[in-house]
Ligand binder design. Sequence first.
Ligand code: BEZ
Ligand code: FE
Length: 350
Amino acid sequence: ASSLLKMSQVVRSATLGKRSQQWLGSLRTTLAMGCGPWAWSSRQESGLSRESRRWPRVPQPSGGAETGVRGALAVTLNVNAKDERLRQVMDVITRHLHAAVKEIEPTQEEWMQAIQFLTATGHKCDDWRQEYILLSDVLGVSMLVDAINSRRPAGASENTVLGPFHIGGTPEYEMGTNICLDGKGEDMVVRGRVLDIDGNPLEGVKIDVWQANDEGFYDVQQKGIQPDFNLRGVFRTGADGSYWFRAVRPKFYSVPTDGPVGKLLDDLGRHGNRPAHLHYIVSKDGFDEVTTHLFDPDDPYIDSDAVFGVKKSLIADFNRVDDPARIAEVGFEGDHYWDVEFDFVLAPKG
Ligand code: BEZ
Ligand code: FE
């Protein structure tokens, strides 16, 4: 057991965070007190088969389940995990799950309700619907995972959720093209530049954009009502790093609420709305790809996005233009349009 202890110290300092280190420290104390989970030698002596010798023995807690000891001990069965990262992940999840159950003290009925919720969430998933991603979105976990994986230098454009409505095969257009294919909604011009972190314009940047229409629906949600690829387009910046295209002002919409996640939101007294936004994927070789949105600051849900996707730096200005000369200049025929200017800054791949 002592060489195993040494080994666990090496693994601990090499790969685990401070909190995990504290936890392993307390496990070490437990072992030192003589109730450790590793019992190879006594099993070897008792002549058990090689296979059974490989399993650590989990001591029984003396003070009942409430002592919380089981949470720490359950993970000791994972010492033979084939993958160290898997072991780490399951150790953390097991400990936190035990802590949550200890704090909540669910009844058997409540625990069954939780299991039924997860079962229903799985049943709602198919090739077109991923209810678990939606669950992760409305719990703010998708944004957290993204934040962990997209740390960028100050000044670089920030990411937000991808969402389920991005599709491949979107046509590439000339700059200035109107991506609204059915003429419905209030006209809008979106324009700006793509720059590197030092402020230099970036040429040939791919800008993949998609948005909901003026009623809050994506084309893929209204097959046969909206034309295919409505309000989607791919553009490439010119030598001065600039881009512009025409579209219509998007409207807020609800995430799908006809499944268990929608019921959960309802039971929690939460709405499922996302403030009006345009989606962007901005990419160029050698630079960190940016998957993000532009948000409309005047949207009623700008401060309560159901999936926590709003970031201050992604809120654009939507300026109303009524000047007939400017309306004619951008090729619209109505009595006004919305002008949105937004620059992107790409960080070098790191
Ligand atoms: C979206 O913006 O398209 C979206 C994001 C998360 C969940 C549902 C929709
Ligand atoms: Fe969206």
